[in-house]
Design a binder for this molecule. Sequence first.
Ligand SMILES: [Zn+2]
Length: 256
Amino acid sequence: MTAMQPTSVRMSCRIHVHEDVSWKPSRATEETRMSHSYQVIFENNREWAEHKKELDPDYFRRLSRSQNPSYLYIGCSDSRVAVEELMGLEPGEVFVHRNVANLVIGMDLNVSSTIEYAVSHLKVKHIIICGHYNCGGIRAAMLPQDHGLMNPWLRNIRDVYRLHKDELDAIEDEHQRYDRLVELNVQEQCINVIKMDCVQARYVADGYPIVHGWVFNLRNGRLIDLDIDFAHLMDDIQKIYDITDSHWVVNQRKVG
Ligand SMILES: [Zn+2]
């Protein structure tokens, strides 16, 4: 989440090894865009669809048949984080859920049903929780302010702060503390994913999904894999949260 920016439309076609032509809005579209016209979205969309068909006449027929993504991406709603673009993936390759500050809350039917569908039906192999530096949701939770309807949502981030209070309070630099809370929030949301029954059941059955914690660095455009030590984390929490009645080890296949 961040402060509202003037509406703009950015659609671009990623360059692939089998494609030597990239799509860009026409000059006329560029000029129209400057007027912030709502209609420009449909003009851009028409150009994009035509470009896709020029490259591959069968593209939309194939796309409409089914989806078979390997990844479930759970990230922040922030408009600066362009999911498929920064991952270099095409439509159909990543199942996406976004909310303010990339939270996975057990009582949130929205994220819970998304994970259930992705894990049990789409059979994704990887679940990615991706936070980002300069996250307005994290920042808001760090401030002693009343955010109205957002308060119950932001309270989940404040809970993360409370869990890691000693480490965070020991960081003197405010910006570094802010960055660290972004990372710790990702870690806690990964743990929340692992707590879910559908995730544990599938993991015991076939060793998937594997859960990853990432941060997108808006300052340089790079993704950071936090390399969260889930085996260690699970040693701490498995006794409480394991609901499979099996001994299982995170990021390894079932062991008994
Ligand atoms: Zn954010």
